[in-house]
Design a protein around this ligand. Structure first.
Ligand SMILES: C[S@@+](CC[C@H](N)C(=O)[O-])C[C@H]1O[C@@H](n2cnc3c(N)ncnc32)[C@H](O)[C@@H]1O
Length: 242
């Protein structure tokens, strides 16, 4: 998968993307990340990307023009790379926005199927509305709170999607149960020591009986979901998957 990120702060991504699983994914060639400074798509000598809102009001808005130029350039380069005209079809253009659809594992799974994501990070008071209306395919939020910019949201999205790219975690890991697979939370996990100051781990995990452990994990997964996130079970019932 290729991910292109349009931002006025490309540098903030580097430390995170150069570590751990995202670094490994890039090294394996499973993930390619392009960081694009929006100011490189301006035409004036001040490299201006924001302006005052029509009708008055506080703060500045990101302008449509440089964003449009950046997206067009990235899509054009993607078509050249693939030597086909269908680059746009396989590309999803996303505006990170508190007004967007809330990111959850189901949406992450859908995004992981694309070959190419273009992520647009807003700043200031937000982005000219024509970007959401005309330029992007989807607005995505990482939760009901307001961040100062879309950069952290883009990092969250890339991190979650990257885990689902085939070959990134390896066969064994990618098929394992994690929270939200099946709309359930993960069962409790423990590591050494088995007894710390009288805090003991469940006996069944020391039994060596894999069938029993599997049954226990499934039961615990249901119990914990019921206790911590009953809304997930209700959602699963609504979708008819349980
Ligand atoms: C200060 S916010 C603008 C908020 C806007 N004035 C509003 O009330 O909807 C600046 C930028 O941060 C990003 N952002 C803020 N909160 C976000 C969230 N919960 N999820 C994704 N992106 C967010 C968006 O890119 C947004 O354009």
């Amino acid at each position: 998968m290729r991910v292109d990120i349009i931002t006025i702060f490309p540098e903030v991504f580097k430390p995170y993307f150069e570590e751990s699983i995202i670094r490994i994914a890039q090294k394996k060639g499973k993930l390619k990340i392009g960081l694009h400074n929006l100011r490189d798509y301006t035409l004036d000598k001040h490299r201006k990307v924001d302006d005052r809102p029509f009708g008055g009001g506080q703060g500045m808005l990101m302008m449509l023009e440089p964003i449009s130029r950046a997206v067009e350039d990235i899509v054009r380069r993607a078509s050249k790379r693939r030597k086909t005209q269908d680059a746009r079809r396989k590309t999803k253009i996303i505006l990170l926005s508190p007004q967007g659809k809330t990111l959850n594992q189901r949406l992450v799974e859908k995004l992981a199927k694309y070959k190419h994501l273009i992520l647009l990070c807003g700043r200031y008071e937000g982005v000219d509305e024509r970007v959401a209306d005309e330029l992007v395919d989807e607005e995505i939020s990482i939760g009901d709170y307001v961040l100062s910019g879309g950069e952290l949201a883009a990092m969250v999205l890339v991190d979650a999607v990257n885990r689902l790219i085939p070959g990134v975690l390896g066969h064994k890991d990618s098929s394992r149960f994690e929270s939200f697979s099946d709309n359930l939370l993960e069962y409790p996990q423990y590591t050494r020591p088995a007894d710390f100051r009288g805090m003991r781990i469940p006996q069944v995990l020391l039994s060596g009986n894999h069938k029993k452990i599997k049954e226990w994990r499934r039961k615990e997964s249901l119990r914990i979901t019921e206790k911590k996130r009953p809304d997930l079970l209700n959602e699963a019932r609504t979708y008819g998957t349980k």
